[in-house]
Design a binder for this molecule. Sequence first.
Ligand SMILES: Nc1nc2c(ncn2[C@@H]2O[C@H](COP(=O)(O)OP(=O)(O)OP(=O)(O)O)[C@@H](O)[C@H]2O)c(=O)[nH]1
Ligand SMILES: [Mg+2]
Length: 476
Amino acid sequence: MKTHPEAKTPDAPETIIAEATPSGHAGISVVRLSGANALAIAQGVVGPISKPRHAYFRSFKTSTGDTFDQGLVLYFKAPNSFTGEDVVEFQGHGGPIVVHSLIQTCVEGGARMARPGEFSERSFLNDKMDLVQLEAVADLIASASEQAAKSALGSLTGIFSKAVNALVSAVTELRIYIEASIDFPEEEIDFLSEPFVLERTTMIEAQLEEILKQAEQGRRLQAGLSIALVGSPNAGKSSVLNRFSGQDSAIVTAVPGTTRDVIREQLVLDGYPIQIADTAGIREAADEIEREGIARSYQTALMADLSLWIIDVTTLDLPRLNLSRNVLERHLVAAQAALFQDDAPIKRLIVLNKMDLLPEIMQNQLSDLLVRDAHIFMVSAKTGRGWDDLASGIKAMAGVSEDSESLFSARTRHIVALTEAAQHLAEAKNSLITGLPGEFMAEDLKRAQVALGEITGQVTSDDLLGKIFSSFCIGK
Ligand SMILES: Nc1nc2c(ncn2[C@@H]2O[C@H](COP(=O)(O)OP(=O)(O)OP(=O)(O)O)[C@@H](O)[C@H]2O)c(=O)[nH]1
Ligand SMILES: [Mg+2]
C-alpha cells in the first residue's frame, strides 16, 4: 500500500519548491511550487490569484515589497495537477539571481526546497501516475533518439502499465479460483483438473512472454548499444569510426599504430542510439604507450555489447581463384589466432574492410560466398560500400528488427520483475501438472502477482521507491 513518507505527522505534507527548468541563463525559467500552502505562498509573491489554469501576468515581489521580476503565474488546483496537490508555476526570466530571489521568497513564506524526484514521488503517492509512467518521464527527457523518445511516450501514456495491469488481473483471477478450491477440500481435485485452469495458466504465460519480449526491445532502445571496433593495426578501424560518425573524429594515417587512446562517439543509427569506440590496433607493441593502448582495446571489447572485428581484407591472403567457405574460414581462424588469445565469449561481427582494393574477380567470389551471411560483412570505409548491410547486421545483433517498433520503453528493473513473474508462473503450472495440492499453485501465483505489482508500484518496498526517486533530478 502507498504511504506518504510524511504521513506519520497529522499535518499535510510540506509545500515544496524547485526550479523545473535547467538552471542557468535562459529566456524564461519555470519554478514549481506544490503542496497545501502553494496558493497562499504564491499570493505572498504575486498578489491575489484564484482562477485555476489561468495565466496571470504579475510582478514578483519579495516579502518587503521589492519587485525583483515579472512574468506569468499559473495555478493548478488539486487534484488536477502534476503532483495531485495544489501547484503554482512561476514563469519568470531565466537568470540564476532572479530564480534564487523567487525561491528564497517562497521559502520565507513557508515552502521548503524539494528533494530530487519529490514532485514525481508525490504524483505517484497521489495516484496521478504509476512508477512505469514516472520512469518514462525521465526516459523521455533522457532519450538519445527519436525512436527511444517515441517508446518512452508509449510508457508515459500508459501502454506498458495497461499491459502489466491486465496480466495482474488475469493472475489474480486465477489465484482467487484456486484459493476458493482450497476452501472446499472435497472438491479440490475437481476444481484443479478443470481443463480451463491449465488453459488459463498457459495463456497468461504466453501473454507474459510477449510483454517481456517487447519490454526487452524497449529497454535496448533506451539504453542503446555499445560497439567496440577492434583488429590489427591499419585495418581501417578509425576509418570505420569516421564513416559511421560522418566526420573526422579519429586520426587516420597509413602508419600502423596510429590510434592509441580509445576514441568514443555517440551516434544514432536509423533512430537507434549507439556508442561506438575506436581502439588501438592489436599487435606486439613497440613501446609502453602502445602497450597501454592495446590493453585498453581488450578492455573496451570486453565491456562492449558488440565488437566489430575490422580486417584489412587484403591481408587475409585469400587465393585468387576457387575461394570456398572452408578456405575463407581457415584464413579467418589464422588471422584470429594472431589477435585474440582465446575465443572470448563476446558478441562479434566480422567486417572485411578495404574491399575496394581486391581484384574484381575476388570481390565477386566473396560476394557469392557471403550473400545472406549474418556475421561477415564486406565493406569499404573509403567508398562506403556495404554500409547499409552492416548497419542492418548491427541492428539484428542488437535485437532491433527493421520493422518492429517498440511500443513502450522499459528498464532493467522491469525486465527483472517480468522474468521473475514468468518463473513463478512456470512453477505454478508445474505444481498444477504434477498434481500438488492447490496451496502450492496459489502460492506460486501470489509470487507472480507480487513481482508484476512491483513494476507499476502496486506493491513496492520503501527501499525501491527511494532508489527510483532519488535517481531523478531536483525539480522533477
Ligand atoms: N583503399 C582503402 N583504404 C582504406 C580503407 N579503410 C582505411 N584505409 C586506409 O588504411 C590506412 C589505415 O586506416 P586507419 O583507419 O588509420 O586504420 P586503423 O585500423 O585505425 O589503424 P591503427 O589506428 O593504426 O590501428 C589509412 O591509410 C586509410 O586511408 C578502405 O576501405 N579502402
Ligand atoms: Mg586507428
